[in-house]
Design a protein around this ligand. Structure first.
Ligand SMILES: Nc1ncnc2c1ncn2[C@@H]1O[C@H](COP(=O)(O)OP(=O)(O)O)[C@@H](O)[C@H]1O
Ligand SMILES: [Mg+2]
Length: 392
């Protein structure tokens, strides 16, 4: 009901916008997490951290979870519920009440539909904060859904998300813009069977070792370092367990340096943090693999700021911003590079929804650059509110 409507029979008055109370002035933020990808639990843990840190005086928070089956449900607004405690992985439970997204352009009201009940509105969502990694979250599909309804959201748009997710297209775009990437070749679905000799010839030209990767995965899943051509078929099969499209990349010997990028305000250029470094200790891991990332954290050291010369720091930051721009990113991205002994900087990849717990590299790099976690969340939401919907 519109409580601002004049009482029946009252004299017409000039419409005056009521002064919003602090409560009304708060913008409504949908914190969206969980999802259908293998990184469901990590996403829940990130949401827990964000729900704990987000400024409630400023933002009216609506937590919405996506189950592993893809059902959207209203989620409990309790940071502890979504934390990883005693090794138990959190997940979004199914519910009788489905959250229904607005589907018409300009219609931003969220509905909850329960079987046999009148649908109820949660109210207008001003901005969505998608804390989702991988397919159906970070790859442009969710972004397309939100674009259809003119709903603002944090982070990269449809194309940049899709390009960032597909390592083949990511490298095509970066190379096309003249940015340094390691040489690679792509094995499209079915090609290995049709033309193994052709594939092998291209791979041999790259030299050994090579890295065999699923084109669209993350967390190092399905990646093998191949130092002997006899191991190639097994590595390709492993990558294909995650994606029918595979890339094979020349191995780079260098330090693994990461840089956090934030979109610019009001037409300004994007901003880059101080770089950080990943060091994997010992011989247990041939590279920064899945185990080193999540299961054997004692063998990994995340350092920020990275111990680099001021000149290299500036080159890494500049390259990170140019990578962000080349892909047409918005909001945030983490750009990962290799720095070789000769001082060459080569882009490994761009992540459009990087790990985002307070212990993850992206927030830590901003913290060291002077932007604490809660302020970073504010800034991301402000950036999303500021940007227009539609073509931009
Ligand atoms: N061309 C390469 N040369 C050397 N190491 C690599 C190369 N590609 C990947 N790696 C190693 O594998 C890890 C994961 O590869 P990456 O392409 O970043 O995939 P993901 O998207 O799964 O993180 C990197 O952090 C690095 O340790
Ligand atoms: Mg990576």
């Amino acid at each position: 009901m519109d409580t601002n409507a004049p009482a029946p029979g009252a004299a017409p008055t000039t419409a005056v916008s009521p002064v919003p109370t602090p409560q009304e002035a708060r913008r409504r933020v949908m914190v969206l997490f969980g999802g259908r990808s293998g990184e469901h639990a990590i996403s829940c843990a990130t949401a827990g951290a964000v729900l704990r840190a987000i400024d409630r005086e400023r933002w009216d928070v609506v937590p919405v979870g996506i189950t592993t089956q893809g059902q959207w449900v209203l989620a409990v607004d309790d940071p502890d519920r979504w934390a990883i405690t005693d090794g138990t992985l959190p997940f979004v439970p199914g519910s009788d009440g489905d959250v229904v997204l607005p589907m018409a352009s300009g219609e931003r009201t969220l509905q909850v539909i329960e079987p046999g009940q009148v649908p109820s509105a949660i109210g207008d969502v001003d901005v969505v904060l998608p804390l989702l990694h991988g397919p159906f979250g970070e790859d442009g599909t969710l972004q397309g859904l939100l674009e259809m309804s003119d709903v603002r959201y944090v982070g990269a748009g449809v194309l940049a998300s899709a390009v960032g997710m597909d390592k083949d297209f990511m490298k095509i775009v970066l190379a096309g813009r003249g940015l340094p990437v390691a040489p690679w070749t792509v094995i499209l679905p079915g090609r290995w069977e049709r033309d193994e000799a052709g594939c092998r010839a291209e791979i041999e030209k790259l030299g050994l070792p090579v890295f065999v990767k699923p084109a669209r995965a993350g967390s190092s899943l399905g990646i093998t370092r191949v130092a002997d051509l006899a191991d190639l078929p097994a590595a390709i099969e492993e990558a294909r367990r995650h994606d029918p499209k595979v890339i094979v990349e020349q191995g780079v010997v260098g330090r693994e340096i990461e840089c956090a990028v934030l979109g610019g305000r009001a037409g300004e250029r994007a901003r880059a943090s101080l770089p950080g470094e990943i060091v994997v200790h010992g011989d247990k891991h041939a590279f920064y693999d899945f185990e080193a990332k999540y299961l054997d954290e004692s063998s990994v050291e995340l350092t920020c700021p990275a111990d680099l010369s001021p000149e290299l720091v500036e080159r890494v930051r500049e390259l990170a911003v140019r990578t962000f721009e080349a892909v047409g990113c918005e909001g945030l991205a983490r750009v990962d590079v290799f720095v070789t002994a000769d001082g060459d900087v080569i882009v490994n990849e761009i992540n459009t929804m990087p790990g985002f717990t307070p212990f993850s590299m992206y927030p830590r790099m901003w913290e060291r650059t002077g932007l604490p976690y809660a302020d970073l969340i504010d800034e991301l939401i402000e950036l999303a509110l500021e940007r227009p919907t539609g073509l931009r």
